[in-house]
Write a protein that binds this ligand. Structure first.
Ligand code: P6P
Length: 338
């Protein structure tokens, strides 16, 4: 069958009325920027891009050189594209306006330019996560509050995983689709259309070192997974934890599974570890469009009304039936099941 490039796919989506020209062109710009990020990360020790940048971000985290480089690549690519009103990034406290004199569009782009960057120096897969919202009508200088829209309002969401192959996974709300980068040609080629995540799974991803800090329902739930065949679940489970959300989520999108970053006593005050606007919401959109589920353990992630650009939330996502079991235990423990 003739390969379908990302560009051809976007034309199909425009013809189907699923997206407009501006959103289509925005996704092309983001995909092209991610190819450049992939080249930079691929240089490794030879590109002088490893190690710390010697700076910190809004999260109070030490920035890797590639965090800064990736952020710059996405900002530069989108400054003159003409499809955006503003960008927001994990690496920047406030949104970045499109410079005066540059053409502006009606979209807001949010991204984690290089998620899992602590893995870069040990050559483990990392990725870029992005989300697209509509800029409220009449707003010409979008501020943080204009980005604070629930995940259900996303127009598009995607990630690019820089692994053995460079893979873009994308949704506009009409299914989740995968594109693999043909490095010889430089095009993203459709490799999976209409991905479906298996409802059931026997594979979970969580950082077990936090176990003693988890809330009681999470202790109960994971304890049952670890009990395996002899326990109440009646089957053995396998565990994975890459500590790179994009890599863990891509495994789940590819073969099923669940990913948990629950509240624990260490991070309860900050509301969780992962960021709602440019990690949890886009991944939730992608997973739900592939038939999976994404909750905070207590409610659907995409229905949360954001309170801040860098707000953190607990994340339970992946195979629907398994996420529902973990969420049920939390609601039951809260007495919220009536
Ligand atoms: P921990 C990476 O820093 C990240 O934001 C996600 O990509 C990843 O899933 C998580 O944090 C890993 O957290 O506590 O296991 O290092």
């Amino acid at each position: 069958m003739k390969p379908v490039s990302l560009i051809q796919f976007l034309i199909e989506e425009r013809r189907a009325g699923n997206i407009n020209a501006e959103l289509s062109l925005l996704i092309e710009v983001v995909a092209r920027a991610c190819k450049r990020i992939g080249v930079a990360t691929g240089k490794g020790a030879l590109g002088g891009v490893l190690g710390e940048a010697g700076t910190g971000n809004i999260q109070g985290e030490a920035q890797k050189k590639l965090d800064v480089i990736s952020n710059e690549i996405l900002l530069e690519a989108n400054a003159w594209g003409g499809h955006l009103a503003a960008c927001a990034s994990e690496e920047m406290e406030d949104p970045q306006q499109i410079p005066d004199g540059y053409p502006k569009g009606q979209h807001l782009l949010l991204f984690d330019p290089l998620d899992g960057s602590s893995n870069i120096d040990v050559n483990i897969s990392v990725g870029t996560i992005f989300s697209v919202l509509r800029c409220p009508d009449g707003v010409t200088e979008p501020k943080a509050e204009h980005f604070l829209q629930p995940g259900t309002t996303q127009l598009a969401a995607g990630y690019v995983v820089y692994g053995p192959s460079t893979v873009l996974v994308l949704t506009f709300g009409y299914g989740t689709h995968e594109f693999t980068l043909d490095r010889e040609v430089g095009s993203f080629i459709l490799s999976r259309r209409g991905i479906r995540i298996p409802e059931a799974t026997a594979e979970f991803a969580i950082n077990m070192s936090n176990q003693r800090h988890w809330q009681a329902p999470m202790q109960r739930y994971v304890g049952e997974l670890l009990a395996g065949k002899e326990g109440p679940r009646g089957k053995d489970f396998n565990m994975r934890w890459v500590a790179s959300m994009v890599a863990d989520v891509h495994r789940i999108v590819t073969r099923g599974g669940v990913f948990y970053y629950p509240l624990d006593a260490k991070i309860e005050k900050q509301g969780g570890k992962l960021r709602l606007m440019y990690e949890a919401n886009p991944m939730a959109f992608i997973v739900e469009q592939a038939g999976g589920a994404a909750t905070t353990g207590r409610q659907r992630i995409m229905e949360l009304q954001p309170g801040g650009l860098h707000q953190r939330v607990p994340v339970f996502l992946g195979s629907k039936a398994e996420v529902e079991v973990a969420t049920h235990y939390h609601l039951e423990a809260d007495g919220a099941l009536g």
